[in-house]
Design a protein around this ligand. Structure first.
Ligand SMILES: Nc1ncnc2c1ncn2[C@@H]1O[C@H](COP(=O)(O)OP(=O)(O)OP(=O)(O)O)[C@@H](O)[C@H]1O
Ligand SMILES: [Mg+2]
Length: 602
């Protein structure tokens, strides 16, 4: 497994290459994404219905309250009916009050609906990520995957909290207003609609422009963020090569660019409101004048005119809202699409129908003519055959990149082979349930990993039901106990940042203890002691030998002293086993192993 190597950062003088441009991506299939989001929302049936109900009540109350102006003026103000007027005024206040309550309820309900939905999405995404094969992680940028969890979910959450509801309110208001306007006076409605094409045209022009700038803004933001992330993870390399000045200088450039793009984006999106406001004010004036003429010549009632003007004034607002929510909705859909794309990734294939459950294997491992490649264009392993009998110790040696780690990564089925066969106890590993297969393997990987928790829990990760005493015993076996007890809080010391408060060798010792406690019949050590000093190595070797006594083990080591007692040493060169045998046999052959040996012990 190759993981993102924090040491290979871009020099400060180059643009941050990991800051992948995000941009206001357009979702490729908006409708499909919408349908899927809707499915998520509709899981909260009760909340969703309540939100919709509150939303409709709120909008209708607003529309209805304004309509009351008509009877109030026509039937009470004009005839001068004071008592009736007071009653109507109370009615109006009552209606607006209901609207206000509904609006508060709606915003509270929306928040919990959005939160629950986002929680569900997060849960599904995380669950999915646990199901994805190693190949997926080997071929995707980890920073990019992280950003789906953070940025993308955030934009979706933002949209669910605001945009979606706002869009619904605006649409209902728009239709309601239009309906009531037509009801009051179709003629006057026609007049006030004259400006609508102009409004739509202006809005679409501005949206287009601002989308462009928002895209550039997002891209600049992505680059700047990516750069900061690189500078944090690569801080040591930056410092040791004295690139701080360049880093600052480069960041200033990125920051300046970001500022400019952001200004432009804000300017255009800020243009929308005042422009629309002015157009609708003109529209209002026009409608008022023509409405007055109609009232005089065509007998339009004064109350009707007043209510109509009220609507005409509000008419521009929903159009405005819809267009301004459009952007954020669009980026939310793009974010949701990126999230759904991961959810649609192929998980690790299910165990085949005839897969067998094996609680514990005896540990007879066989490779028969195994060919393997990570990608079709480059074959890595060619015709690997070997037989590890129960309790055997098999060692792999060979130069960097020869394929040693690849061989052992095949056993837990991180990758499946193209041809040949790997069997454990005579059963093809593809026919063993994955969980059972992996439970029977204890692996110390070449790149160690420690979780952010105590030393104790990090070791216990190998077998969750292990007692504290067993953890300590495993640590003693791995010669880790003596340094752990020297740590400030001993076994309770918190490890952070992949164990950045430990030395590389100490990390390896803890990883070995974790494998020891797993108590699996097959043990795999990939350069497990490469960073450990020779004295500690001798100490740990006793423990490891004891561990291996009853187990089948595979050991990869550059340091040949660790492999000389192996039952079989395989020399791997360019993906093939070119020499094999016991230490003395290989030395006698005077081949590659002999050469390696000479160079190490001269
Ligand atoms: N996940 C991967 N995807 C594609 N190619 C890979 C991957 N991992 C390793 N390789 C390639 O496979 C080949 C063998 O790599 P492998 O890690 O098995 O070497 P190794 O013998 O363990 O080397 P080292 O001694 O440096 O650990 C290398 O050419 C490497 O570039
Ligand atoms: Mg390796």
């Amino acid at each position: 497994m190759k993981k993102n190597n924090a040491d290979t950062i871009a020099p400060a003088s180059l643009p941050g290459n990991r800051g992948k441009a995000i941009g206001v991506e357009k979702p490729k299939d908006s409708l499909a994404v919408l349908v899927r989001l809707w499915k998520y929302l509709s899981r909260q049936k009760l909340l969703l219905s309540l939100v919709l109900l509150a939303l409709v009540v709120n909008t209708l109350a607003n529309l209805g309250g304004s309509y009351l102006l008509r009877p109030i003026i026509n039937d009470y103000i004009v005839p001068g009916n004071l008592a009736g007027l007071a009653k109507m005024a109370f009615l109006m206040i009552g209606i607006y009050l209901i609207g206000a309550i509904a609006s508060i309820a709606q915003s509270r309900l929306t928040i919990s609906m959005a939160q629950k939905t986002v929680m569900q999405i997060r849960k599904d995404l995380f669950g999915k990520m646990q199901m994805l094969p190693v190949r997926f992680y080997d071929t995707h940028q980890h920073g990019d995957l992280m950003s789906r969890f953070t940025n993308d979910i955030e934009t979706v959450s933002e949209a669910l909290n605001n945009s979606v509801v706002q869009l619904l309110i605006s649409s209902i208001t728009l239709m309601g207003t239009l309906g009531l306007m037509i009801y009051i006076s179709p003629m006057l409605t026609l007049v006030s609609l004259i400006m609508v094409p102009l409004m739509l045209f202006t809005a679409s022009k501005i949206i287009k422009k601002s989308k462009q700038f928002f895209g550039a803004n997002q891209a600049a933001l992505g680059t700047a963020n990516g750069y900061v992330e690189e500078m944090i993870s690569g801080q040591k390399v930056v410092k040791v090569f004295s690139h701080e000045e360049e880093a600052i200088h480069h960041f200033e450039k990125l920051n300046g660019h970001l500022g400019q793009q952001s200004m432009k984006a804000q300017f255009y999106s800020g243009l929308m409101m005042p422009l629309m406001f002015n157009i609708s004010t003109i529209n209002y004036a026009l409608t008022a004048i023509i409405g007055a003429v109609l009232a005089i010549t065509r007998g339009l009632d004064i109350g009707g005119l007043a209510a109509f003007l009220q609507y005409a004034r509000q008419f521009g607002r929903p159009i405005n809202e819809i267009s301004s929510q459009f952007n954020s909705l669009q980026s939310a859909l793009a974010g949701a699409e990126r999230i759904f794309n991961i959810m649609d990734e192929e998980p690790e294939p299910k165990d085949s129908e005839d897969a067998v459950a094996i609680a514990s294997v005896s540990g007879d491992v066989q490779f028969e003519h195994v060919d393997f490649s990570y990608s079709p264009d480059k074959q890595i392993l060619k015709g690997i055959s070997l037989h590890a009998y129960k309790g055997n110790k098999i060692a792999f040696v060979g130069e960097t990149g020869a394929g040693k780690s690849t061989v052992i990564n095949l056993l837990p089925r991180f990758y499946d082979i193209q041809s040949g066969k790997i069997t454990i106890d005579g059963i093809s590993i593809e026919k063993i349930k994955r969980d059972d297969l992996r439970r029977n393997l204890a692996i110390v990987f070449q790149d160690t990993h420690l979780f952010t928790t105590s030393v104790m829990e990090n070791i216990r990760y190998g077998r969750l039901d292990a007692s504290d005493e067993e953890v300590v015993a495993a640590a003693k076996l791995a010669a880790a106990d003596s340094f752990i007890t020297m740590l400030p809080q001993g076994y309770d010391t918190l490890l952070v940042n992949d164990g950045s408060n430990l030395s590389q060798g100490q990390k390896q010792l803890i990883n070995i203890a974790r494998a020891a406690i797993a108590d699996a019949p097959i043990l795999i050590l990939d350069e497990a002691t490469s960073s450990i000093d020779t004295r500690t190595e001798i100490a740990i070797q006793k423990g490891i030998d004891q561990l291996m006594k009853s187990r089948t083990s595979f050991v990869i080591a550059h340091r040949l002293s660790t492999v000389r007692n192996a039952d079989e040493i395989c020399v791997i060169d360019k993906g093939q086993i070119v020499e094999r045998g016991r230490h003395e046999q290989l030395l006698a052959q005077k081949g590659i192993y002999y050469q390696l040996h000479l160079r190490q012990f001269d």
